[in-house]
Design a protein around this ligand. Structure first.
Ligand SMILES: Cc1cc2nc3c(=O)[nH]c(=O)nc-3n(C[C@H](O)[C@H](O)[C@H](O)COP(=O)(O)OP(=O)(O)OC[C@H]3O[C@@H](n4cnc5c(N)ncnc54)[C@H](O)[C@@H]3O)c2cc1C
Length: 295
């Protein structure tokens, strides 16, 4: 699909993502799905091209691009591999959250490592008893001396068990949205463990698992935004998801575009009853509907 309104800078972003996706994702993505391989090495290569901190400030190693660039990048990546693209979108969401809401120290400590994907990040909101109704979450972060002690579990966490850093929404106050704060929790924290890989119908080349906190102790500095961050965790989580939804929509469009392109090529090439399938009116109309819906 041509991009008639893009300027040279826009095109450079799109073409870099497209080229990377064609060369580094497309040839392997089916195999990764079959072997349940999480392509950390290739994601680090994407990071070296600026795709792990797309709309994150450049003073801490981010790419300093715009949301629209992120959408275009995820659309291109997902034409080759929607699953890896979707995980990169979650990682970008976490990077943006730390950049936007973190203290200077949190930004300078974490964003450069996340931008290079030396630190792969997971977003931990959902719980066994709180999904759509995320403000009902029950994982607690109890103040204890000069730190916090986390207790509870997070469900369906993309990257769970493999990621190096977990952006965790936990309850520091009363019931409801205003009692939630966000924490940066490092893998290796005593009391942090992971459930077995979830059995899924697809999306096999990214791991999904429970993230479990059994009196996991973190320093006070782990609270995103420092002491001012107390009680702001739900709005941080929702603002992250507002951008995340754009990215996931872009991943869906890219995957759909790739499916359309393959269907069009196949129906033009495949012959049945003495003619290409595309000449059969019902098939042609179906292909036309697909193109219309994509637009
Ligand atoms: C592969 C995968 C990866 C994921 N990765 C992450 C991750 O990285 N981090 C994370 O935090 N979470 C993650 N999730 C969790 C995901 O965000 C939740 O599954 C989602 O928020 C829905 O929660 P739930 O599954 O508990 O469904 P529920 O909230 O129990 O909803 C069940 C059904 O009821 C419907 N429903 C709920 N409330 C209403 C209502 N008020 N009105 C009408 N219908 C309603 C829902 O639409 C849904 O169809 C992942 C999930 C999957 C499957």
């Amino acid at each position: 699909m041509p991009y008639p309104v893009l300027n040279d800078d826009d095109l450079l972003v799109v073409e870099t993502a497209r080229d990377f996706a064609r060369k580094r994702l497309a040839p392997h993505s089916l195999e990764w799905d079959r072997t349940q391989h999480f392509p950390v090495k290739e994601m680090a290569e994407a990071a070296s091209l600026g795709m792990a901190a797309i709309y994150t400030s450049d003073d801490v190693g981010g790419s300093g691009l715009r949301r629209i660039d992120g959408v275009r990048i995820f659309e291109e990546l997902s034409k080759a591999d929607p699953v890896t693209a979707a995980f990169l979108s979650i990682h970008n969401m976490c990077t943006w959250m730390v950049d936007t809401y973190g203290t200077d120290e949190q930004r300078s400590t974490w964003v450069p490592r996340m931008a290079s994907m030396e630190a792969v990040a997971s977003y931990c909101l959902t719980e066994p008893g709180a999904g759509s109704d995320a403000a009902a979450l029950s994982t607690t972060a109890r103040r204890d001396g000069d730190g916090f002690v986390l207790r509870g579990s997070k469900q369906f966490i993309s990257g769970g068990g493999v990621s190096d850093v977990y952006i965790v929404m936990a309850r520091t106050g009363d019931a409801g949205a205003r009692g939630i704060s966000t924490f940066i929790v490092e893998k290796g924290t005593p009391g942090l463990s992971f459930g077995p890989a979830e059995a899924k119908m697809g999306w096999h080349n990214q791991p999904t698992a429970q993230v479990i906190f059994d009196d996991a102790r973190v320093p006070a500095e782990a609270m995103l935004g420092g002491p001012d961050g107390e009680g702001t965790g739900f709005s941080i989580a929702m603002n992250g998801l507002n951008g995340g939804r754009l990215n996931i929509a872009a991943c869906s469009l890219g995957g759909a575009q790739a499916a359309y392109d393959m269907a069009l090529a196949y129906t033009a090439d495949r012959h049945a009853f003495g003619a290409p399938l595309i000449d059969e009116p019902t098939i042609r109309a179906t292909i036309a509907d697909m193109a219309m819906n994509l637009e």
